[in-house]
Design a binder for this molecule. Structure first.
Ligand code: GLN
Length: 482
């Protein structure tokens, strides 16, 4: 039943669909199907029903707040929403009820979107499979023995299974694009600064970015339109005007140049994934794009640099969870013991690993060798992209992920194997660039494959245009049983 968010918006606009009906249909599907997936951590049925009723009236009066007025949307559980428990997939935040909305959430609500609930994720967004959630893993709708990817695995699974027409996620190293790829939906990580992170629980602040997931490119464009733009509460948000993505989307891709980096089509890439990605590239070429071989010589160092920068920032961001201000507090005799016991009980193994790695990378005597060096590599990676763009490349293409969805448990005991799942997505985060994953085919086992496009800063418009063209030629399927 996966109909695109674009279609849903058109149905609402014509009056063929009513927001309340649409919400009830989603709630019914969630009740019937989410036991199999565990995409949702909690629903916000009461407030959603009230919001949908208000949207019914606006739609009936033909006075919608925006194109997504009345569209049901779900949120990764690291977005604060006033009065709704927000755990970030962690025991340490169990019981934390934020007294305010994240800006992205407030903007969705101001556009009339109906927030349905909160979605599962890897604890503190650290992971690539959603297995690091303290509340149990999410499953992939295409094969319930496999992971949906992560860390926005709940978002991707819910969208791919047609439980909601759209969701928000966050992407620090690939957490929107990788699960979108493994679940067969579209996921966009905007440029660093394009969307406010105010009220989004921080993982690695120089990398984190908020973005949409939807079954279709148009849906992603509609969601981006409503959340993008400057916010005085996030100093890293950009003042650049937000263009009309809906208009840019429909422009022809003729004449665009797509860079094909040899480093991202190398060892470790599954043959079936490569074939599907190259077929998508050939379709773009038929549409009038030029494919140009390029080199991103420092891209092979991206994973190493990322896992130093991200862990260093995480170790600092997570210092605030000490049992005093947020969520879980352990019983202990002294303040110091309370801190220690709270953190020991509250954080899971991967989060503890990252805090230790990050603390080590930042400590006196090791700072220059690790953290500072990683920052230099980061600059080199950004320059590689700048050179490609200066040479006339409009976007860089690659697979989103080296393989299709892996089995639950397959990589959970091997952090390095898990980290390598992000090898193609991490460079865009380090360089601050926008990136999108679009479904482009299936492997022999029927698992979806995604192609990634990375663009110039603030050029989400070109990415959406290319993604729309790539999407046109793809084979449409729905996961069995959903
Ligand atoms: N999988 C990567 C990590 O574990 C990326 C996570 C993310 O983008 N939030 O850090």
């Amino acid at each position: 039943m996966v109909s695109g968010l674009g279609e849903v918006a058109a149905g609402l606009s014509k009056g063929a669909l009513q927001p309340s009906e649409l919400l009830e249909a989603c709630l019914t599907r969630i009740a019937a199907l989410d036991d199999k997936l565990h995409a949702f951590l909690r629903l916000t049925e009461r407030t959603a029903r009230a919001a949908a009723k208000a949207a019914d009236l606006r739609r009936a009066a033909r006075q919608p707040l925006s194109a997504i007025d009345g569209v049901p949307i779900a949120l990764k559980d690291n977005f604060c929403m006033e009065g709704v428990e927000t755990t970030c997939g962690s025991r340490i935040l169990q019981g934390y009820v934020p007294p305010y909305d994240a800006t992205a959430v407030a903007r969705l609500e101001a556009a009339g979107a109906v927030i349905v609930g909160k979605l599962n994720m890897d604890e503190f967004a650290m992971g690539s499979s959603t297995e690091n959630s303290a509340f149990g893993p999410t499953r992939n709708p295409w094969d319930l023995s496999r992971t949906p990817g992560g860390s926005s695995g709940g978002s991707a699974a819910a969208v791919a299974a047609g439980l909601v027409p759209g969701a928000l996620g966050t992407d620090t190293g690939g957490s929107i694009r990788q699960p979108a790829s493994l679940c067969g939906c579209v996921g966009l990580k905007p440029t660093y600064g394009r969307v406010s992170r105010y009220g989004v629980i921080a993982f690695a602040s120089s990398l984190d970015q908020v973005g949409p997931l939807a079954p279709d490119v148009q849906g992603v464009a509609l969601l981006l339109q409503s959340i993008a733009g400057q916010d005085e509460r996030d100093q890293t948000s950009s003042a650049r005007p937000v263009p009309s993505y809906g208009e840019l989307l429909e422009k022809s891709v003729r004449g665009l140049t797509i860079g094909v980096p040899k480093e991202l089509f190398a060892e470790g890439l599954d043959g079936q994934v490569e074939r599907a990605v190259r077929a998508a590239m050939a379709r773009l070429e038929e549409d009038g794009c030029t494919l140009k071989p390029i080199s991103l010589p420092n891209a092979p160092h991206a994973i190493a640099a990322y896992y130093l920068v991200a862990t260093a920032e995480a170790s600092s961001n997570l210092a605030r969870y000490d049992g005093v201000r947020f969520g879980h507090r352990a019983q202990a005799d002294s303040l110091l013991e309370m801190y220690q016991a709270t953190r020991a009980e509250g954080f899971g193994a991967e989060v503890k690993r990252r805090i230790m790695l990050g603390t080590y990378a930042l400590s006196a005597g090791y700072y220059d060798a690790y953290y500072l060096r990683a920052q230099k590599v980061r600059t080199l990676i950004r320059r590689d992209f700048e050179q490609a763009f200066a040479a006339g490349v409009d976007a860089v293409v690659s697979p989103t992920c080296p393989t299709t969805a892996f089995r639950l448990g397959e990589k959970s005991g091997e952090p390095l194997a898990m980290y390598l799942s992000d090898v193609y997505t991490v460079p865009a985060n380090l360089a601050g660039l926008p990136g999108i994953s679009v479904p482009c085919g299936f492997d022999q086992g029927g698992l979806p494959i995604g192609v990634q496009l990375v663009g110039r800063p603030f050029d989400e418009g070109t990415l959406l245009r290319l993604a729309r063209a790539a999407e046109r030629g793809r084979e449409q399927r729905t996961p069995e049983g959903f």
